[in-house]
Design a protein around this ligand. Structure first.
Ligand SMILES: [Fe+2]
Length: 345
């Protein structure tokens, strides 16, 4: 071999080594995020993470069910590192299917209150939302609708509207009732709700608020952020709706208003677990917490983080139910059985 050809071999080897290193570098500097969240303020949060860590985020945004389906079909070959989902019922489903792994992060355990931690370090909630009562101010006396249980009383026959009983938001609410008043009474509640319906369950929470304003329904349930979104809206039709609708923090004299969550987890087969944990730890920082919660008018969950969203602040203080989100998750299957049994479609 001539000196020149020896040099070429050496150069080739160097290039190959460099290429391999770049590949490793690229892999560890990239985070695959599967998210069921779709709020514009999240963008700034992702950019901020990249600026701080040099890790770029590749995002896949899908609806919750489609996202889980994708993870199932990808199986062990899934490129997902982090999974973001909304609602305890859906998180429970994903965990029961083995789609998460423990984070091993002490920082997360310390930053997020126990109420908002999943079992065995499997997931952490980064924002919370409440499920509130809205009523038509002309048609319903506010004294009759102060508690979730009130909506199932005979006085409200033909006045109650909700979305489907199988929707995660309704399942999680029932899961909370099971935890607070027991399975028997929670079942009676679901039966009473079915007996009181103004119409068969249909539409989303915003549709219920509108139907309350129009008078088709006297009272309904909605996640707080749908109501806050309307409160913040400049559209005349939204202002009109808000003017007709009263708002109640349910169960202030008992266990408090039901709280649900949006949560994150490390994917079971994460190729880049290190970056995944870094990202989840970042979500618990005060800075990211504001982006995360404000994007959808929710409450930040991390310890010591204050609410800065004025629209949420304007709703005032309230007593929140402290049932851990993991208990809601655990009760999901039972809730679905009860909804089926009582014909809550
Ligand atoms: Fe929602």
């Amino acid at each position: 071999m001539t000196i020149r050809s020896k040099r070429l071999v050496k150069l080739g080897f160097l290039a190959a080594t460099l290429f391999a290193q770049t590949q490793v570098q690229a892999a560890s500097n990239e985070l695959n995020l599967y998210s069921a969240r779709h709020y514009s303020t999240d963008e700034a949060m992702y950019e901020n993470f990249t600026k701080k860590t040099g890790i770029t985020i590749k995002r896949l945004e899908l609806g919750d069910e489609a996202l889980l389906e994708r993870l199932r079909s990808e199986g062990k070959r899934s490129p997902a590192d982090v999974i973001l989902l909304v609602d305890a019922a859906r998180i429970a489903k994903a965990q029961s299917e083995g789609l998460f792994q423990a984070t091993g992060s002490k920082a997360l355990k310390n930053a997020i209150p126990d109420q908002y931690q999943g079992p065995s370090d499997m997931w952490y909630a980064f924002s919370s939302r409440s499920r509130v009562i809205v009523y038509n101010k002309d048609k319903v006396d506010s004294k009759l609708v102060q508690n979730y249980e009130d909506l199932a009383k005979p006085e409200l026959k033909g006045k109650v509207c909700t979305r489907s009983g199988s929707h995660p938001y309704m399942l999680s609410l029932l899961s909370g009732l099971i935890a607070n008043i027991g399975e028997a009474k929670a079942t009676q509640w679901a039966e009473g709700m079915v007996a009181n319906m103004a119409r068969a369950p249909k539409g989303g929470d915003t549709d219920q608020i509108k139907a309350v304003a129009s008078g088709e329904c006297g009272v309904a349930l909605t996640n707080s952020y749908y109501f806050v979104r309307m409160l913040r809206s400049d559209k005349p039709e939204d202002k009109d709706v808000v003017s007709k609708v009263g708002f109640v923090w349910p169960n202030q004299a008992s266990f408090g208003t039901h709280m649900n969550v949006s949560a994150g987890a490390v994917a079971a087969n994460a190729p880049n677990k290190e970056a995944a944990v870094m990202f989840l730890e970042y979500l618990a920082t005060p800075e990211a917490q504001q982006y995360f919660a404000n994007g959808n008018n929710e409450w930040p969950t991390a310890k010591g983080v204050n609410v800065t969203n004025q629209a949420i602040k304007s709703l005032g203080n309230f007593k929140a139910d402290i049932t851990p989100a993991r208990v809601l998750a655990d009760n999901t299957a039972l809730s679905q059985k009860i909804m089926d049994r009582v014909g809550y479609k």
